[in-house]
Design a protein. Sequence first.
Length: 100
Amino acid sequence: MIFLSYFGLFALIPLLTKKEDPDIQWHAKNGLVLAIAYIPIWIVLFIIGIVLPGPLKLILLPLNCAFPILWLVIDIMAMVKGINGQRMRIPVITDMAEKM
């Protein structure tokens, strides 16, 4: 279930089915907020890429390519820590998840 917690909207499965396990609930909330936070950040990067003039787009292009890869690395690191019984605190994401 912790593995599913970091697969985007699949985090709803452990969140809704394992209500009695606080550890799985924590990981499911963290994974769900992480997945939801990806969307507005990607939209902002996309819009900035459209608005910027030509040469500045070349600066933003590596960031647009690296962003999904970095997000995937964070997901995998959180999965591995969760499977090993630890919790990975992602600064803003974890704070938002704990308020849920």
